[in-house]
Ligand binder design. Structure first.
Ligand code: NDP
Length: 317
């Protein structure tokens, strides 16, 4: 079965859902393919589903949880008539218009669209060291909110020096006996306010100039083999849980080889949300390696919906 829509939105983080709100209010009846709940990289609601308190989204002076914020955005998009579907686009043909997307949920089903807004977001970057893949979800995690509870009474390492690492570390102090933050330099990238909170938490210790070489263990994690980047000395740090928070990579599989990407893999957008393919717009973390905030992502979703609406109108589609 093939159905047609004027605007197909792929992704349901702040960018996708804001695009959905604007496109729906512009009477474009967008279809939103939200992602799959089982997936680490493209779950409905995007990365905010994996965060705890969001303290910097305007309009929530008392903070709001990531999942609650996304649920509100989803409700708002649905209220204006966006057609939200829990499914995943596994292939997108952007070589000619209308574009065509194939869904995982039904091998026979495809959707053609006059315009596509790509809002597939980004996913956690991994260390790519021995043991990491083997222990993923078995002592090694990229999401403290999801897995922190399982580490009650453990000594945990968090790898990274940005806001994500400190947010994970602070959250994990609710469960862990100790949290060691391993950073490859001696200065954090994280914001000052997060640094202050982490420095003043007595469960958190910083291990500077440290690179992880291997995740050690048998059936459970028992430690990390680490190298001091100043002295080149290797040692074993005894921990029973590891959280990796070293940044993100954009989810561009659907458009790789079709759309222009920056050297670092992010989708190249020109003015607003325009990509090099006419009718294909990109919004949110898939095209933003600089700001990467929920609010900027939502803003770029708004831009993409307005761009798509005007583009359709000028072409009389
Ligand atoms: P960042 O890119 O900001 O930080 C990544 C950190 O991981 C850096 O300290 C980096 O080290 C380190 N790193 C990168 N690659 C490796 C590697 N291979 N091995 C070891 N360490 C590595 O990513 P974040 O996910 O922390 O943050 C992304 C954006 O989201 C930021 O803009 C941040 O402000 C925002 N954010 C905001 C939050 C909030 O406001 N509460 C919460 C979480 C994120 P180095 O510094 O040496 O490059």
């Amino acid at each position: 079965m093939t159905e047609h829509t004027r605007v197909l939105i792929i992704g349901s983080g702040p960018a996708g859902l804001t695009a959905a709100i604007y496109a729906a209010r512009a009477q474009l009846s967008p279809i939103v393919i939200e992602g799959e709940p089982s997936s680490n990289s493209d779950q409905p609601g995007g990365q905010l589903m994996l965060t705890t308190d969001v303290e910097n989204y305007p309009g929530f002076p008392e903070s709001v949880t990531g999942p609650e914020l996304m649920m509100k955005m989803r409700e708002q998009a649905a209220r204006f008539g966006a057609d939200l579907r829990v499914d995943k686009v596994h292939k997108l043909d952007a070589s000619s218009r209308p574009f065509r997307a194939w869904l995982t949920g039904d091998a026979e089903a495809s959707i053609t669209a006059d315009a596509v807004i790509l809002a597939t977001g980004a996913r956690s970057l991994m260390m790519n060291v021995p043991g990491e893949e083997r222990f993923l979800s078995h002592g090694l995690s990229t999401c403290a909110t999801c897995d922190g509870f399982f580490f009650r009474g453990h000594d945990i390492a968090v790898v990274g020096g940005g806001d994500s690492a400190l947010e994970e570390a602070l959250f994990l102090t609710r469960f862990a006996t100790s949290v060691s933050v391993l950073h490859r330099r001696d200065a954090l990238r994280a914001s000052k306010i997060m640094q202050e909170r982490a420095f003043s938490n007595e469960k958190i210790h910083f291990v500077w100039n440290t690179q992880v070489l291997e995740v050690l263990g048998d059936d459970k994690v028992t430690g990390l083999k680490v190298r001091d980047t100043l002295t080149n000395e290797d040692r074993v740090l005894a921990v029973t849980g590891v959280f990796v928070a070293i940044g993100h990579v954009p989810n561009t599989t659907l458009v790789t080889g079709q759309v222009d990407l920056h050297a670092n893999g992010y989708v190249r957008t020109g003015l607003g949300s325009y990509t090099n393919i006419e009718g294909l717009f990109a919004a949110g973390d898939v095209q933003d390696d600089v700001y990467r905030q929920a609010v900027t992502s939502a803003g770029s979703g708004c831009v993409a919906a307005i761009d798509a609406e005007r583009w359709l109108e000028t072409r009389g589609i």
